[in-house]
Design a protein around this ligand. Structure first.
Ligand SMILES: C[S@@+](CC[C@H](N)C(=O)[O-])C[C@H]1O[C@@H](n2cnc3c(N)ncnc32)[C@H](O)[C@@H]1O
Length: 399
């Protein structure tokens, strides 16, 4: 560390930043602090002072606690432990669940204000069940270090932390994860499929990796085959929540004679939502060949075509004057980006439904859409990742 930052700082926490850290100021400079809550005064250890514009720090002691502070939902991530020994992946687990949702809404609102041009009503971040926010992770990645220690990584590091509990995991996933022994150095993914079976996918750093295993997921009456290590929503209510939100957004907006697009389609979840909303001719576009092979099979009863392509290239390759009825896009964390948004706009769709897992990327892309004359007609947000900073949002855009 450069000599300019003292090791320890006493800081007043004034806000929440995107990405699960909190904002304080020291001599005018922004400091991003982990494990804090707005309104608190904390003692924090500076971990990164390389940049002139901001530093990073970790709370080591809470000097004046927020009324929203709780013992961490994961004892192995509690602020009473040395920051190096705190398990990662539950960066809001020290905050009461309702207030987590208030703070997530604030992050979304600030992103919309800053990057989407402002004036968009920020929705509440809705709970998808009435639990305490534990026991939802159907997918958990653990790591095995050179000494054979199995556990999650510590927050903001690649150090494996041995743990006795995995409270965010589904109970069977947790039990399986905590019973792992004699593992080779590398990663182990645990995946609970819709039938409750837990699949253990060992990915040793050296040696042969096992062949892809196909599992079955379910939304309503429809089942989806997906590679166990392929993309599927993590919260058990996520796929059905997003399916319902997309159907509702598209209700009455699907021209049965048009071609409709499901971009970043995975194994076809939202293509089936398009079909449920009345679409008969659907193209689902996805870069993973394995996922599109599953999508083609999963949507076999529909008039759907699964295309393996990068969305930007697919859109760029469409003939001039090509049209789409409705477009659903569900990009990865980085968002769709200007070229894709412009490509969607060029298809003059009647409606665009944007499913987002990153509020800043969403806000940027909404800003681009608005610049092209689109309006955000509705926006919903869902707490599909309780005790972590992640948010899922669904926006309907029309012109
Ligand atoms: C957030 S997931 C959404 C999947 C699907 N809509 C669902 O709900 O299950 C994003 C998907 O986009 C795919 N992907 C990432 N970058 C892509 C790109 N540039 N073009 C096409 N697909 C991409 C990933 O493989 C992943 O399946």
């Amino acid at each position: 560390m450069a000599s300019s930052a003292p090791d320890l700082l006493d800081l007043d926490i004034t806000g929440i930043a995107h990405g699960g850290t909190f904002i304080a100021r020291h001599e005018g400079r922004v400091v991003f602090v982990s494990d804090a809550i707005p309104g608190e005064r904390v003692r924090a250890r500076v971990t990164d002072d390389a940049k002139a514009s901001f530093w990073r720090a970790e709370t080591v002691e809470v000097l004046d606690a927020s009324p929203h502070r709780r013992p961490h939902v994961w004892p192995e991530a509690d602020v009473s432990l040395d920051p190096d020994d705190r398990a990662g992946g539950a960066d809001l687990g020290h905050i009461d669940l309702d207030h987590q949702r208030v703070l997530k809404r604030q992050v979304l609102g600030e992103a919309l204000e800053k990057f989407a041009g402002g004036g968009i009503q920020t929705p509440e971040v809705a709970a998808v069940d009435d639990t305490d926010g534990t026991g939802w992770r159907t997918r958990v990645s653990l790591h095995v270090d050179a000494e054979g220690v199995v556990g999650p990584y510590a927050a903001r590091s690649h150090r494996v932390i041995p743990v006795r509990s995995l409270p965010l995991a589904r109970p069977r996933v947790a039990a399986e994860g905590l019973s792992l022994r004699n593992a080779k150095q590398g990663r182990i993914d645990l995946v609970e499929s819709a039938d409750g079976e837990v699949h253990v996918l060992r990915r040793p750093e050296r040696g042969k990796r096992p062949a892809a295993r196909v599992i079955s997921e379910r939304v309503g009456e429809r089942s989806f085959r997906v590679d166990a290590d392929g993309f599927w929503q993590v919260h058990p209510h996520a796929a059905s929540t997003l399916d319902s939100a997309v159907r509702a957004a598209l209700s009455g907006r699907v021209d049965p004679n048009a071609t409709h697009l499901d971009l970043y389609g995975g194994v076809g979840l939202l293509a089936s939502s398009l079909a449920a909303a009345g679409a008969t001719d659907i193209v689902t576009v996805e870069s993973s060949r394995a996922a599109t092979a599953h999508a083609q099979e999963n949507l076999a009863d529909l008039d759907a075509t699964a295309v393996t392509a990068r969305v930007d290239r697919y859109l760029a390759g469409l003939p001039d004057g090509a049209r789409a009825g409705a477009v659903v896009l569900d990009p990865p964390r980085a968002g769709a980006g200007r070229a894709v948004v412009e490509g969607v706009h060029a298809l003059t769709p009647d409606a665009v439904v944007y499913v987002a897992c990153d509020p800043v990327a969403l806000a940027r892309d909404l800003g681009t859409f608005r610049g092209l004359g689109w309006e955000v007609e509705s926006l919903q947000a869902f707490d599909l990742f309780p005790h972590s900073h992640h948010i899922e949002a669904v926006a309907l855009l029309t012109r």
